[in-house]
Design a protein around this ligand. Structure first.
Ligand code: CO8
Length: 375
């Protein structure tokens, strides 16, 4: 008989520093004014375009984002630097990415009622790893005192759902009793805070989920994984070319695509149908009426996108709380977004209730995880 797998604990680490839209836009606009003043001659001669200011109203209307948490606030808001200042740590100290991952993982373990000795593996599934190797997952595994194995995987914003399927498959196959999937996302390190189109999009956070065989679950928070589906389809519309082969590019050549860049409109238009079709097909394959999904924990990139997807899936406007939103407070936190929503908005569900965790993002990549609340 196939082993049934459950998510028995979730954890969330929120950095202590929040940046409001007002603070972010003030810093951006101050940079724009200084830049335009410094280049007033070129701008007047028409050899350089003037930069345009950002606006709080646009950000809220276009994205639904009102605030974001970051590891370092001062560096992001300093118009001279506009980049987080996160001091490099010596190799014998835990790295920042591992540290926030461990904080989330400890909560997930506590919620599941599991200690290091009960766990056989750690997957660090995130958009941006702090280094090439050793794997972040192995550092997290070491910090938590877990035997077994760990590895990193990156499927951009879909890393968490892809990690969940990988962990569930390994538990079903008998390779592990329990696995931690950890999603530390320091998006501020890869965001171009001088780019008007995207400076407001991302925030920093870490989430974690613990998976184990359903029949071993003792946690009152357990959700059985009914089924998972993953999909990828190549697109250049969301891209980050940071990497060791690219760092030596001549100064000025392709500089801005060493950070996050996107064609936001195209992403919106192409990803919304792809994801809603995928959810509907997955539910149909399992004989589940979309209306029977009591909760949609969707990826948190854009409020309008989530409203569209929820409406297409349910065939009506979602009721309040049916498709919870966290991006107003957290912004887009890449792979962690749907897991933050799942972590914060699950306690009212009753035994037998069905829900859906869904991610989508660069690649393109999308993942759906249908879950059922256990007793
Ligand atoms: N302030 C004021 N006006 C602005 C601003 C601003 N900051 N930015 C743009 N405008 C203006 C434009 O100039 C334009 O003006 P005009 O009409 O005169 O030309 C107007 O506003 C409209 O611009 P857009 O068409 O760009 O605006 P949209 O309504 O499309 O909204 C969004 C832009 C919010 C980006 C929207 O398109 C969107 O959310 N798209 C989907 C994006 C998405 O889901 N991306 C997925 C990214 S996640 C991922 O997978 C990557 C993982 C990487 C992780 C982390 C690394 C950092």
């Amino acid at each position: 008989m196939t082993t049934s797998v459950a998510i028995t604990g979730t954890g969330l680490y929120t950095p202590p520093n929040a940046i409001s839209n007002e603070e972010l836009v003030a810093a951006f606009n101050s940079f724009v004014r200084r830049h335009n003043e410094a280049h007033s001659a070129e701008i007047a001669a028409g050899s350089m375009p003037a930069l345009t200011e950002s606006s709080v109203e646009f950000i809220v209307k276009a994205s639904g984002i009102k605030s974001r948490y970051v590891i370092d606030k001062a560096g992001v808001l300093d118009p001279d630097t506009m980049t987080p200042r996160i001091p490099e740590r010596p190799n014998d100290e835990i790295s920042v990415l591992a540290e926030i991952g461990v904080a989330a993982a400890k909560q997930a373990m506590a919620q599941a009622g599991r200690g290091p000795a009960d766990i056989d593996g750690v997957i660090c599934a995130a958009s941006n790893m702090q280094r090439a190797y050793p794997a972040m997952a192995i550092e997290i595994q070491f910090a938590l005192g877990i035997e077994g194995y760990g590895f990193d995987m990156n499927v951009a914003c879909s890393s968490a759902t892809f990690g969940i399927q990988a962990a569930a498959d390994m538990i079903r196959a008998g390779h592990a009793r329990a696995i931690l999937v950890v999603n530390p996302e320091i998006c501020s390190g890869h965001l171009n805070f001088r780019d008007r189109d995207s400076h407001f999009i991302f925030g920093d956070v870490a989430t974690a989920v613990l998976l184990e065989a359903s029949d071993k679950a003792t946690s009152p928070h357990a959700f059985e994984i009914v089924d998972t589906r993953l999909k990828t389809q190549f697109s250049n519309n969301i891209r980050n070319n940071f990497g060791f082969l690219n760092r030596c590019a001549p100064e000025g050549v392709g500089k801005t695509d060493k950070l996050f860049v996107q064609e936001g409109r195209k992403v919106f238009k192409e990803v919304v149908p792809m994801v809603s079709d995928m959810i509907l097909a997955h539910a149909a394959e399992r004989g589940i009426e979309p209306g029977a999904l009591k909760r949609l924990w969707l990826h948190q990139a854009n409020i309008n996108m989530n409203d569209f997807i929820a409406r297409r899936v349910l065939g009506r406007d979602p009721h309040p709380g049916e498709s919870p939103v966290i991006l107003d407070e957290y912004a887009n936190t890449s792979s962690a977004g749907s897991i933050i929503a799942f972590h914060k908005y699950q306690d009212d569900l009753k035994a037998g209730d069905l829900g859906l965790i869904c991610s989508f993002g660069a690649g393109y990549s999308a993942g759906t995880v249908i879950v059922r609340k256990m007793a």
